[in-house]
Design a protein around this ligand. Structure first.
Ligand code: 5GP
Length: 120
């Protein structure tokens, strides 16, 4: 899938729409999810134009990968979920119900999170 430069997270990165920012570095931005699924629900996105983890893992340069992965851990410690635990999740494609086509890592925490996947 080609990257859509008008996706909502690209617009947040350009400052065209607001977000509740929690962290910013050279390679990453983190902000609260607009529709939280847990008491703590923060999204971490790379600043580069990558559709998903599939795209990022194939194309990002080493500095972007290190910067982004470090940012995920830094954000988790910053928002205080490292002590009791947290879950990270990244959706890719239709089976995973990816809604926004810019890579984002969800960080969930603040309560016992239950089973890893909902039963069907
Ligand atoms: P996905 O299903 O793509 O993994 O998750 C997309 C996430 O982005 C959802 O949890 C949704 O609530 C969040 N989201 C969608 N639009 C916005 C927005 O404009 N601002 C913020 N902060 N989160 C958004």
């Amino acid at each position: 899938m080609a990257y859509d430069p008008n996706n909502i997270f690209a617009r947040i990165l350009r400052g065209e729409i607001p977000c509740k920012k929690v962290f910013e570095s050279e390679h990453a931005l983190a902000f609260h999810d607009i529709n939280p699924q847990a008491p703590v629900h923060v999204l971490v996105i790379p600043k580069g134009a990558y559709v998903s983890m599939d795209d990022f893992s194939a194309k990002a340069d080493p500095a972007e990968i290190v910067g982004f992965v470090r940012a995920v851990g830094d954000v988790a410690r910053l928002i205080g979920v490292d002590a009791n635990g947290y879950r990270i999740l990244a959706n890719h494609g239709s089976d995973a119900h990816q809604e926004v086509p810019h890579l984002h890592i969800h960080i969930f925490g603040g309560r016992h999170l239950g089973p890893m996947l909902a039963a069907h």
